[in-house]
Design a protein around this ligand. Structure first.
Ligand SMILES: [Zn+2]
Ligand SMILES: [Zn+2]
Length: 212
């Protein structure tokens, strides 16, 4: 597996967003997770690796994670995939918050409405969809043996914001504790912002957390 991370400041946000390009090195099938606005950077990686983009996967509908989706779709004809509960955010800026981020709302329909336990396949690579509501109601993580793409649900040392439309603090903690902290200790976490981590290093936070 080839996994490339591109980070970029999107719109007016101070922080960088992480975009991931994942390629099966045998079949060259590829998926792009959370395309950044500068799609050329993504296309350069795809061309260099002679990859074929099958999926554009959105971990959730927020503007900093969907900024490049329309252009990348036009360039690659890949299928746009988002959880069914975040799909309307691609049309509604009250949910995508693109007006705050400072990018255009995609105003597009997805090709694939993801649900819990769906599997996205690239050659022999399989990525399981884990529905992790909390940051938004339709937030997802992707799990493949040894790696977790965690969007804005799980970050190194903390979790995603829960003060936004369709957010829920109870849900994000429940998602992390019940669906992510059960993954193997050495699983590498690739979050939507900031540095990577491993499950083992994040567990202590959630074991110690008393939130009721
Ligand atoms: Zn977000
Ligand atoms: Zn974000």
């Amino acid at each position: 597996m080839i996994l490339k991370k591109i980070k970029q400041k999107v719109g007016v946000l101070d922080m960088e967003t992480n975009c991931y390009v994942i390629i099966d090195d045998q079949t060259k099938r590829c998926m792009v997770v959370d395309p950044i606005k500068d799609v050329k950077q993504i296309l350069d990686i795809i061309k260099y690796n002679e990859a074929i983009v099958e999926y554009i996967v959105l971990t959730h509908c927020h503007g900093d994670h969907v900024a490049g989706v329309v252009e990348l779709k036009n360039e690659t004809q890949a299928k746009i995939c988002i959880h069914v509960l975040d799909a309307d955010g691609l049309k509604e800026e009250a949910k995508s918050l693109t007006y705050i981020v400072g990018v255009e709302n995609p105003n597009i329909m997805p090709d694939v409405y993801l649900q819990e336990n769906d599997v996205l396949t690239l050659g022999k690579l399989e990525f399981k969809v884990i529905h992790t509501p909390g940051h938004t109601q339709g937030s997802i993580c992707l799990y493949s043996e040894g790696i977790l793409i965690s969007g804005d649900t799980l970050f190194k040392g903390t979790w995603g914001r829960t003060d936004l439309p369709t957010s829920s603090f109870q849900s994000i903690i429940s998602s992390i504790e019940n669906k992510l902290m059960i993954l193997p200790n050495e699983t590498i976490i690739y979050p939507g912002h900031g540095k990577s981590s491993i499950i083992k290093d994040e567990k202590k936070i959630y074991l110690d957390l008393k939130y009721y």
